[in-house]
Design a protein around this ligand. Structure first.
Ligand code: GLN
Length: 472
């Protein structure tokens, strides 16, 4: 389902009819998938308001287009929980910047999608409200943490969805579900109204079935916001940014990164996709990114450090859950004990450890140094290539319950984490599939580009799409 198709339907039948069909499609399909935590009760009223704006002659780029939001993005007056008991029943007091942009553009906010608790995880199994299933094979995970958003688009319930990406949470589920997902440049999209995980890494980004729709949604939500101190300055707004669509493209493949842990079928489909791009006239070259090998280790120091700090605010007094103890101290302890799930507690422990006196220099400060080296390494690489390509994930979607050991779950992000460490944009798009157990399991290719060069990603994405369309 594309935005163009939906907009045509809105023109013929009105936003009200489109919204009604979207809610019906979710009612029919989501029983098997479990992508949604809530379908909003005012969908029809939102659609009616869009119809009135259209009748008044307003031009709305997303008129009546249904969109799903990950359960860590605030919509004024709606519940938001980050899929955690800690925030069960919490109602958002204001709109996220991206939500304001969506409302202005005439989109219809359909509901909240499931995710790993506080966006920590790669399978959506760490949600306090039960897992989401992969629409291509319900015995498998949709990826995570934005698994609900990816699955909702993949199952054809909505044409658009938003997720957030701290270490891969948009790209890896996009890969597992066979849809397109973009992690924008850090700061290109405001974090105002996003429940914070790792504040120097977090970014909100789009999911859709096509590259063009991902680009459209990205342009709707990107731009400067004075409410986010790390928001990029106004000249970075996509409509004014200089658009670099060099053709043919020079595509760098970091062979040294791709060695360990990669499923051989993923490697084969990746090579085929590269060969297809080469046949379309693009140049594929090997590059080396020796520092990026350390990105996962750096990530698992910086992210828990920031997450443990961000999660300190959930004390049972100011937000959501409150568990009464004998005194204030015991209130804190019992609330945090009962409110947070095991993975969140693990990250708080890791983060508190690496920030503690005596370990700060050995871990946190050192990780920041390596982070700077990784940034420099990417900047240097983009002086010689337009795009860096890897598979999005080392494996096809895995089975529910398969990764019991936290470290094996962390390894699902080896290819996606470097872009967050460097702050650069990265796109995941379908590159093929593997057959297993009677199901066709999607695989994604990740393309990374230089700071703020989302345009080149849309270009290579459309090239790969054109190849798939031609070979169909
Ligand atoms: N899977 C990674 C983690 O668990 C990334 C999460 C994310 O990007 N929000 O930290």
């Amino acid at each position: 389902m594309t935005v163009g198709e939906v907009r045509e339907k809105v023109e013929r039948h009105g936003a009200r009819a489109v919204a009604r069909d979207a809610v019906a499609a979710i009612a029919e399909k989501d029983a098997k998938v479990g992508a949604f935590l809530e379908v909003f009760d005012d969908v029809q009223a939102q659609a009616d308001a869009v119809d009135r704006r259209l009748a008044a002659g307003e031009r709305l780029p997303l008129a009546g287009v249904p969109i799903a939001l990950k359960d860590n993005i605030l919509v004024r007056g709606k519940r938001v929980s980050a899929a955690s008991r800690m925030l069960e029943g919490y109602v958002a007091p204001y709109d996220a910047h991206v939500v304001r942009r969506l409302k202005e553009a005439g989109a219809v906010l359909i509901g909240r999608t499931n995710c790993d608790e506080f966006a920590m995880g790669s399978s959506t199994e760490y949600s306090a409200f039960g897992p989401t299933k992969n629409p291509h094979d319900p015995s498998r995970v949709p990826g995570g943490s934005s698994g609900g958003s990816a699955a909702a688009v993949a199952a054809g319930m909505v044409p658009l969805a938003l997720g957030s990406d701290t270490g891969g949470s948009i790209r890896q589920p996009a890969s597992f579900c066979g849809v397109v997902g973009l992690k924008p440049t850090y700061g290109a999209v405001s974090r105002y109204g996003l429940i914070a995980m790792g504040s120097s890494l977090d970014v909100i980004g789009p999911f859709a079935a096509t590259v063009a729709d991902v680009a459209l949604l990205y342009r709707t939500i990107a731009g400067h916001d004075p409410c986010d101190s790390t928001s990029l300055p106004p000249e970075g707004h996509p409509s004014r940014a200089h658009h670099e669509r060099t053709h043919p493209l020079r595509i760098g493949v970091p062979r040294d990164l791709l060695g360990e842990g990669m499923d051989s079928r993923v490697a084969q489909v990746f090579e085929e996709a590269l060969a297809a791009l080469a046949r379309r006239g693009h140049e594929v070259v090997d590059i080396a990114l020796p520092a990026a090998r350390h990105a996962l280790a750096v990530y698992y120091i910086i992210m828990p450090a920031e997450a443990s700090t961000n999660l300190a605010r959930y004390d049972g007094v100011r937000y959501g859950l409150h568990v009464e103890g004998a005194d204030l101290w015991e209130d804190y302890l019992r609330t945090r004990q009962e409110g947070f799930g095991p993975e969140v507690k693990r990250r708080i422990l890791l983060g508190t450890y690496v920030l503690s006196a005596g370990y700060y220099d050995a871990y946190y400060r050192k990780a920041q140094k390596v982070r700077r080296a990784i940034r420099r390494e990417f900047a240097a690489a983009f002086a010689t290539v337009d795009v860096i390509a890897t598979p999005t994930a080392p494996t096809p979607p895995f089975r529910l319950g398969e990764k019991r050991d936290p470290l094996s779950m962390y390894l699902a992000d080896v290819f996606t984490v470097p872009a967050n460490i460097a702050g650069i944009p990265a796109l995941s798009l379908p590159m093929g599939s593997v057959e297993e157990g009677g199901a066709s399991l999607p695989l994604g290719m990740q393309c990374m580009a230089a700071h703020r060069n989302e345009e080149v990603l849309f270009h290579i994405g459309e090239e790969l799409e054109a190849h798939h369309a031609a070979s169909r």
